[in-house]
Design a protein around this ligand. Structure first.
Ligand SMILES: Nc1nc2c(c(=O)[nH]1)N[C@H]1C(S)=C(S)[C@@H](COP(=O)(O)O)O[C@H]1N2
Ligand SMILES: [Mo]
Length: 196
């Protein structure tokens, strides 16, 4: 067996729920997902339109900076490649800011957002995500700590320079690679991101 657990992680009995603030109410009549920022063709999907996008399954682990790891999840949803194809980033886009409801956000390098196993997930292991885990849509970027994946995603903004997101401004690492234990901003090299 390969060593599947990044340093300092453990496998919990159940999937913990962690977030800042309240769980939003989902209204499919009003919900939209905007892809905006530095793109010649921004899009804004309704729930019905989002539901017609091609779907993928991804098997991947889920690592939280609070040290739990869920192994071998089957996520279903819309790949970030699909998002990038629908609204192409302008030349010079280097980063992406992803927003949940109520202003939670996380910044990612474009390459991390675009990774082959990154997706806007609607299901885990065949079940619709529950409200507390991000229904209707959450970002999953398996190779980064889970705070990089906003729950209740409502907007994706293309950036031509990096900007720190919610936790990245509050002491967490700008890059968040669990295999390198990039947990806290004090561990950063200057080249890892804008200063806090
Ligand atoms: N919208 C939103 N998404 C969020 C958060 C949040 O506070 N708000 N917390 C993040 C953090 S810190 C973690 S560890 C994961 C936890 O996901 P889970 O509750 O499904 O385990 O969600 C991330 N996504
Ligand atoms: Mo977290």
């Amino acid at each position: 067996m390969p060593d599947q657990l990044p340093p300092g992680q453990y496998v919990p009995k159940r999937w913990p729920v962690l977030h800042y603030g309240r769980i939003p109410h989902f209204n499919p009549q009003k919900w939209t997902l905007r892809v905006c920022g530095a793109t010649p063709g921004p899009v804004c999907w309704t729930w019905a339109e989002f539901g017609r996008l091609p779907r993928v399954d991804v098997i991947a682990d889920f690592h939280c900076v609070t040290k739990f790891t869920l192994l071998g999840n089957r996520w279903t949803g819309v790949s970030t490649a699909q998002v990038l194809a629908a609204a192409s980033p302008a030349d010079g886009v280097s980063h992406v800011m992803v927003y949940g409801e109520y202003g939670y956000n996380a910044n990612l390098r474009l390459a991390d957002f675009a990774a082959a196993d990154s997706l806007l997930a609607t299901h885990r292991n065949g079940d619709l995500l529950t409200a507390e885990h991000g229904h209707p849509v959450r970002l999953v970027v398996p190779h980064l700590y889970a705070w990089k994946g906003p729950k209740w995603v409502r907007a994706i903004e293309y950036l031509t320079e990096d900007r720190r997101g919610f936790w990245e401004e509050r002491g967490y690492h700008n890059l968040a690679d669990p295999w390198r234990e990039q947990r806290y901003s004090y561990q950063e090299d200057p080249s890892d991101g804008p200063s806090v």
